[in-house]
Design a binder for this molecule. Structure first.
Ligand SMILES: Nc1ncnc2c1ncn2[C@@H]1O[C@H](COP(=O)(O)OP(=O)(O)OP(=O)(O)O)[C@@H](O)[C@H]1O
Ligand SMILES: O=P(O)(O)OC[C@H]1O[C@H](OP(=O)(O)OP(=O)(O)O)[C@H](O)[C@@H]1O
Ligand SMILES: [Mg+2]
Length: 324
């Protein structure tokens, strides 16, 4: 226990698997599965003290909640659904830009008068009056649904737990409406369902998540820092550019204010000769080039980095703030 390595939980199937593997690969983090593809444990090439656990997105949530895994990639929808006190149990270190899905309340398109959550109260009353039963909501997001309906003041309903093909429930007659995730909307459309106007419960995407309950030994902390440092260096590289140019030293006094105005830095300070080097955000690079040209700079070149390691990074700081 005192010497536990870092357990990194990675999606082994489903929608997140490929994107998660690509995300780690970009950061130079390559998995090795020693006993072939059916081995559900692995390591990270060149990073000691890391054990990779290949799990489903929902198992990853369970392991982060219990502290069996230290770090993992999974959907925020599953985090909010499966962990009652999510903010106490885990820290969402950063959204990852893939695995986008909205958790929504959807009803049959044929219900033309039902447009928003408030209308559901009338639907419930109507069902009760006609059939003496409760309005049925099919979903696997039981907790999110209960919380959301309570917030919206809808109380006369019952949940029909659904483990798959939830969108088919109204058509099959096993529920009146559903709560499920949607990305393109194709499955909802195919089942003649529509999202209520105020029926988006959560906009989810894949996140890099840390467990607050895992045994954060020094060894695990050091390994996590190594992993997060690489991830941050890849992101910093992707969002930064290096700008080099030749500038008459007589004009060098204009450089610092120019850099400041464009949010750029002079990592090597003011060169004594003609060569100047700036780092800037990718999005501002052409404005910076124009400003340098106006200052009289020549032979301006712009380069991308593979990795850019800063003295600190937001990911590691966020983790260490949380786990101490
Ligand atoms: N279009 C999508 N449909 C489903 N999930 C998506 C979609 N886009 C992103 N996701 C995310 O991927 C997560 C895992 O869903 P996925 O369908 O891959 O799991 P699964 O393999 O079906 O897992 P399980 O067997 O536990 O249901 C979702 O909870 C959600 O966060
Ligand atoms: O809005 P769309 O782009 O149509 O995507 C939404 C559908 O995708 C998911 O199912 P999935 O294919 O993962 O099958 P599952 O229900 O077996 O997990 C989800 O449960 C929806 O049914
Ligand atoms: Mg699925």
């Amino acid at each position: 226990m005192t010497d536990t390595p870092l357990i990194l939980a990675v999606p082994s199937k489903g929608r997140l698997q490929e994107n998660a593997a690509a995300f780690f690969a970009r950061a130079g983090l390559v998995f090795t599965q020693s006993r072939g593809a059916r081995d559900y444990r692995g390591t990270l090439k060149g990073v000691p003290d890391v054990e990779v656990a290949f799990l489903s997105a929902s198992e990853i949530v369970s392991q982060l909640a219990s502290g069996t895994a230290h770090l993992g990639i999974t959907g925020e929808d599953l985090i909010r659904e499966q962990i009652p006190d999510a903010d106490a149990a885990v820290e969402l270190l950063t959204p990852l830009g893939f695995g986008h899905a909205n958790v929504v309340v959807a009803v049959p398109q044929a219900w033309i008068d039902v447009r928003n959550m408030a209308d559901l109260d009338e639907v419930a009353a109507d069902i009760r009056a006609r059939h003496g039963t409760k309005m049925r909501v099919a979903t696997k997001y039981v907790n999110l649904t209960r919380r959301f309906l309570a917030e919206k003041g809808v109380s006369d309903y019952r949940i029909v737990e659904s483990l798959g093909a939830t969108e088919g429930a109204p058509g099959a007659g096993s529920a009146e409406l559903i709560v499920d995730i949607t990305t393109t909307g194709a499955t909802l459309a195919a089942n003649a369902l529509k999202i209520l106007d105020d029926g988006v419960m959560l906009r989810s995407e894949a996140n890099l998540v840390a467990s607050a309950r895992a045994p954060w030994t020094d060894r695990a902390k050091a390994a996590a820092t190594a992993v997060l440092t690489r991830i941050a260096a890849e992101e910093e590289a992707r969002t930064s550019r290096e700008v080099r140019a030749s500038l008459d030293p007589a004009k060098a006094s204009g450089l610092a204010p120019l850099a400041k105005e464009h949010g750029a830095t002079l990592p090597f300070g003011h060169a004594l000769g003609r060569e100047i080097v700036l780092h800037c955000r990718t999005a501002t690079v052409f404005d910076l080039v124009t400003a340098l040209q106006n200052l009289g700079a020549q032979d301006i070149s712009v380069r991308a980095f593979d990795y850019l390691f800063r003295p600190t990074n937001a990911l590691t700081e966020r983790l260490l703030r949380r786990i101490g």
